[in-house]
Design a binder for this molecule. Structure first.
Ligand code: TYC
Length: 101
């Protein structure tokens, strides 16, 4: 009889981990009009005028602003749609994503 211990290959997960959320980040530039940034934030991120204006001004003053957090897929598609909205008008507007800690 062999006494080589057989180690279970699969770990039992006691807890279901939530998927990591990803931040959508608005990046400032010198060319995109303020009102256009506000309009994109309202359309793509369901913000009201006041919220959108504050986020736009934070990016304008500090260089970047976290817009919202979503699951990876949603964050990436919203960032792409926001960036493309700017590109369609010839603006360098940029949204990026990064995982939350
Ligand atoms: N800095 C731009 C301007 O003065 C406005 C702006 C704000 C552009 C935020 C991009 O992410 C941005 N017209």
């Amino acid at each position: 009889m062999s006494n080589i211990a057989t180690k279970p290959r699969t770990k039992v997960r006691l807890k279901t981990e939530r998927p990591r959320l990803h931040k959508v980040i608005l990046v400032n530039d010198d060319f995109t009009p303020r009102e256009f940034v506000v309009a994109v934030l309202k359309a793509e991120f369901r913000m009201n005028e006041d919220q959108a204006y504050r986020v736009m001004m934070t990016a304008h003053r500090r260089g970047v602003c976290v817009v919202a957090v979503y699951t990876k897929d949603v964050a990436e598609s919203k960032a792409t749609r926001g960036t493309e909205a700017g590109r369609s008008k010839g603006y360098p507007l940029l949204f990026t994503t990064e995982p939350e800690e």
